[in-house]
Design a protein around this ligand. Sequence first.
Ligand SMILES: [Zn+2]
Length: 338
Amino acid sequence: MKPDVSETKIPIILSIDVEPDPFLVNRSAPEPWKGYEATHPYLASLRSRFEEATGSPVHYNWCFRMDPQVAESYGSPLYAVDRYPEFIKDMERQKDGFGAHPHAYRWIKDRQMWLEDLANQEWVNECVDMSLQAYKKAFGTACENFRFGNFWMNTETVNLLEASGVRYELTVEPGLASDAGGTLEKGYTTGRRPDYCRVSRVPYEPGQDDFLKPAAPGSRSIKIIPITTGWLQLGRKLRARLQRLRENGFRYRWQHERLSMWRQWNPPNTFEQMLDRAIAAQEKPYLSFAIRSSIGVGKSFKNVDHCLQTLLNHPQRQRFVFSTPEEAMALLNPASRH
Ligand SMILES: [Zn+2]
């Protein structure tokens, strides 16, 4: 056992996807962003408590929807930034992280519906380009932090992001199996989400030909920072244990379950237990979580609040540092700081 491990800081990236509350926005009467209106003050009120508990400055990571669905429904991809200048000022004052968070919804006029057109690379590129350009217009700098909507990503898009100057890609959720088709809440989808079961659980530079496989360190200017995973105590559920092993492999069997904050966690898998296992499973522990701004008014609010209170009261809280992605990577790899 290394004696200094318990002394090291554990960076926490808390990403908030700033977006409309519903996925399928009503184009003729677009819904106000009530979730964001509630989530910003809620997290702002937690900031000083987190600072006190951790003994470090607290930086959140806000990722904004600035894509065609927002542009067409709300009149501009910059809607959130123009509509909520006080929130933006607060984030800037606090030195929070900023990023882009596009979804690939395309309006199908004939059918009067939104289609998440993930199989259409040209459209995906358009969504990415619009978001990155809008980001630059809003904040005056190139966008460095990025999360795609609905857990989706592919190699072409990662390469485009790198060419556009993005440095930290925060979408990948290890342990999440591939999925096709849509849901009632999210609408119709083309394409398929990649299988994230055997992807790295530590930040890595993505392969040029396959973003799920690491490239040689130092060969890319973009890093994938996977969402945090731990393991469920499955007891005698033999079938579930076998499935975990089959899907994630021996190597990743202790990091098969994402620590989603919107969920209700129950013993023997409370959020605190999951957190402890996630930290113990990592050689250089970090935590990366993502929540939608809609939690402020949604039914998952109490679950997210419980998870955040768990971080606030955690016995290891003095190791926690709420960080921007760049700060988190610098904390994990002090030597590579530049
Ligand atoms: Zn989203």
